[in-house]
Design a protein around this ligand. Structure first.
Ligand code: BES
Ligand code: ZN
Ligand code: ZN
Length: 490
């Protein structure tokens, strides 16, 4: 629970009073005298300056009502959301260590938008508190969950509370995407994606449609079916629809790769690191997260359709083989030369079905699509490929605002030529060079002329840039960017 208090922070009686401090001269920034007193000696001794990441703990004894004081640096860039998000994450880690349950936050800054700062700080604090231990025996000494957070801002308008609310939703959907990804392949299957969508429509104004195997066969979704061919579990095309009340609102289609485990199929992956391929559904998780955010916020000016093609990719006697030719939903034939390039096959059907059925004004897809994006961009930027500059701009801005940066790579006919096949319309691999681009060029065959952005999150969905509010495992990347894209849609 998060509350905003009008009182002075000196009245706070909980476990820890957190005091974020910017790196500014004393002439520019001063705390309340009682708190400022704690800073004087550490600052004189150069032990603390308010630099980002700096912290120290103090015990107020009888001078204050709380048990501990925790000073934390925010740094200089007070106009950056990221400074506050990172600071929130640092606080989350420290609170875990000292097992704080009730936290106060003395939140006072001059000359900045306090609501934005409060929002970003809360996001970092909540995302930084994330922890996944569903499959472990509870530890005796485990840190408790934070029960109550009380903000003591020096100006608490309705904007501040609104910012907190937005942060709570953003953090919740990020955590949801992380949870789905963290569930191992045997706990998170195509059926689980379908159940989640069903639950969403039971609780919110979201319509869900699950296309089970039979229906996919009737609709001739050859891509999803081919990838699923070797599996013991049936595939699902999971569809969620949010419609706003406005008559002439644009429709945004979100598509996320829901590959619940990617063994590579007959083109089997090497054993080392294969377990990580339980995360190959992170695109689907991001879309599910975004749909939950939309369900909660119910935007007034946009319709949103979310589609998650879901299956695992397994080798077996019935599995699709290199050399096989399949026909996708839109009638295009594909020569499968590597069964490990399966993401594009399931996305092909989701994209063309989405275009055909919902006639969207814009499409964003997210997928852990290529190892090549890690070669190109490492783990610090999501690869962005698009046929539309305006949509690119929107998605780039949304990502930047959320601390989920993107970097655009080109498309073009030279790359499209790399996926021409001798025996079918196209093939599912593009040969040497530009693996991320040829994968996107493949997807481009299934979006017609619709403005479209493809996000290759293979490098950022897990093992993302180490930050205080991003864990080592699944990052939940994409969910917050999508929600921000929708919040800012004009
Ligand atoms: N899911 C993988 C991509 C991937 C690799 C994600 C590493 C995260 C980390 C995808 O299905 C795949 O296997 N792609 C192949 C494509 C290749 C066969 C053209 C790849 O990147 O090696
Ligand atoms: Zn693969
Ligand atoms: Zn894959």
């Amino acid at each position: 629970m998060i509350v905003v208090s009008k009182k002075n922070s000196s009245t706070f009686t909980g476990d820890v009073l957190v005091v974020p401090v910017p790196k500014l001269d004393e002439s520019e920034f001063k705390l309340e005298p009682l708190l400022q007193g704690y800073l004087d000696l550490p600052m004189q001794n150069d032990d603390f300056s308010g630099k980002d990441g700096e912290t120290f703990l103090a015990y107020p004894g009888d001078t204050l009502a709380c048990s501990r004081l925790f000073f934390v640096g925010v740094g200089k860039d007070l106009d950056e959301r990221e400074s506050f998000r990172l600071c929130g994450g640092v606080v989350a880690k420290a609170i875990r260590k000292i097992k704080g349950k009730t936290i106060g936050i003395d939140f006072r800054f001059k000359d900045i938008d306090l609501a934005i700062a409060g929002e970003a700080f809360t996001e970092g604090l909540l995302l930084g508190s994330y922890n996944f231990n569903r499959h472990k025996k509870p530890e005796k000494d485990a840190p408790p969950e934070i029960k109550k957070i009380t903000f003591f801002p020096d100006a608490d308008g309705p904007g501040f509370r609104k910012g907190i609310k937005r942060a709570e939703i953003a953090a919740e959907i990020g955590a949801l995407a992380r949870d789905m990804a963290n569930e191992p392949g045997n706990y998170w299957t195509a059926a689980d994606f379908a159940h989640f969508a069903r639950d969403l429509s039971a609780n919110y104004p979201i319509k869900s449609t699950i296309l089970a195997k039979k229906k996919c066969q009737n609709l001739k979704m050859g891509g999803l079916l081919a990838v699923n061919q070797g599996s013991a579990d049936e595939p699902r095309m999971v569809i969620m629809e949010y419609r706003c009340k406005k008559k002439k609102a644009p429709t945004l289609l979100l598509v996320g790769k829901g590959l619940t485990f990617d063994s590579g199929g007959i083109s089997l992956k090497p054993g080392a690191g294969m377990a990580d391929m339980k995360y190959d559904m992170c695109g689907g998780a991001a879309v599910m997260g975004a749909m939950l955010g939309i369900a909660k916020e119910q935007p007034k000016n946009i319709n949103v359709i979310g589609i998650v093609p879901a299956t695992d990719n397994m080798p077996s006697g019935s599995a699709v083989k290199p050399g096989d030719v399949i026909t996708c939903y839109n009638g295009k034939t594909v020569e499968i030369l590597n069964t490990d390039a399966e993401g594009r096959l399931i996305l092909a059907d989701a994209l063309s079905y989405g275009v055909d059925k919902y006639k969207p004004d814009a499409i964003v897809d997210l997928a852990t699509l290529t190892g090549a994006v890690i070669v190109g961009l490492g783990h610090h930027n999501t690869g962005l490929l698009s046929n539309d500059d305006d949509l690119t701009d929107k998605v780039t801005k949304a990502g930047a605002k959320c601390g989920e940066p993107t970097w655009r790579l080109p498309l073009g006919k030279e790359y499209s030529k790399q996926i021409k096949s001798k025996v079918a319309d196209i093939k599912n691999i593009g040969g040497k060079g530009g693996g991320t681009i040829t994968a996107a060029a493949f997807l481009e065959e299934f979006v017609d002329e619709t403005p479209w952005v493809h996000l290759d999150i293979a490098g950022t969905a897990w093992g993302f840039t180490e930050k205080s509010y991003i864990p080592k495992g699944p990052s939940g990347t994409g969910a917050r960017t999508l929600l921000e894209l929708i919040r800012a849609w004009k």
